[in-house]
Ligand binder design. Structure first.
Ligand code: GTP
Ligand code: MG
Length: 216
């Protein structure tokens, strides 16, 4: 039977308010981690943002927190090379991951941080949900399936977030949603709801805030 992946509905007033308040509170950069033994203690829930280089992970964290430049965003794919931890007050951690699939760095360096990414996704007990970011202009690619398979095997629920929707028409959005829905049929860990976002225009940001606030 086919699983459907509708867009997340607009949050109810109470959920929306909870999300707004959480992100209006303190958000602090905790640390950049380059090895598993550098991770902060697993003492609270966390969510992470995974996706190909340049998909818009850091921009999305900036949009959620309303603090530009909190997570570095750049035009150079492969910019975020560490696992960056942000604390949402005492509530939870948000984790900005290094991009996969492309990197302007020596092969050995790329191999090292891809290994770190995999170890992190497979072995973090407090990871409540991974947001798998997909560029709405490109849909799900082979490298995305690789990461999704890892999340399936690690039993980490993941939710697809479409990024940069300001760059496409509403017809193109409908088409990419169908492609994503098809691609997700193979992934048992996929949460059956998508979020369409634009960090530039703010679309979907309140919805994502409410989802994160509701996770713990
Ligand atoms: P890495 O750290 O290299 O893995 O990249 P990233 O996934 O963190 O992407 P980043 O947020 O650095 O964004 C990459 C580029 O896409 C930047 O030039 C952003 O300005 C642009 N971008 C990100 N989100 C949006 C969006 O919602 N709309 C538009 N139009 N551009 C965006
Ligand atoms: Mg980044």
């Amino acid at each position: 039977m086919k699983v459907s992946f509708p867009l997340a509905p607009e949050p109810e007033h109470e959920a929306s308010e909870k999300g707004r308040l959480l992100f209006a509170g303190p958000v602090d950069f905790v640390k950049g981690v380059v090895a598993m033994n550098g991770l902060p203690p697993a003492d609270r829930p966390e969510v992470c943002f995974a996706g190909r280089s340049n998909v818009g992970k850091s921009s999305l964290i900036n949009a959620l927190t309303g603090r530009n430049g909190l997570a570095r965003a750049s035009n150079t794919p492969g910019r975020t090379q560490e696992i960056n931890y942000f604390a949402l007050g005492e509530h939870s951690y948000m984790v900005d991951l290094p991009g996969y699939g492309f990197a302007k760095a020596p092969v050995a360096v790329v191999a090292k941080w891809q290994a770190l990414l995999k170890n992190y996704l497979a072995g973090r007990p407090t990871l409540r949900r991974a947001f798998a970011l997909i560029d709405s202009r490109h849909g799900v690619k082979e490298v995305d399936h690789e990461i999704m398979k890892l999340l399936d095997r690690s039993a980490v629920p993941f939710q697809v977030v479409l990024t940069k929707t300001d760059k496409i028409s509403s017809q193109a959005l409908t088409q990419v949603i169908a492609q994503v829905e098809e691609a997700l049929q193979k992934h048992p860990a996929a949460y059956p709801e998508l979020v369409a976002t634009s960090s530039d225009k703010g679309h979907g940001i309140a919805t994502l805030r409410a989802i994160i606030a509701g996770l713990s």
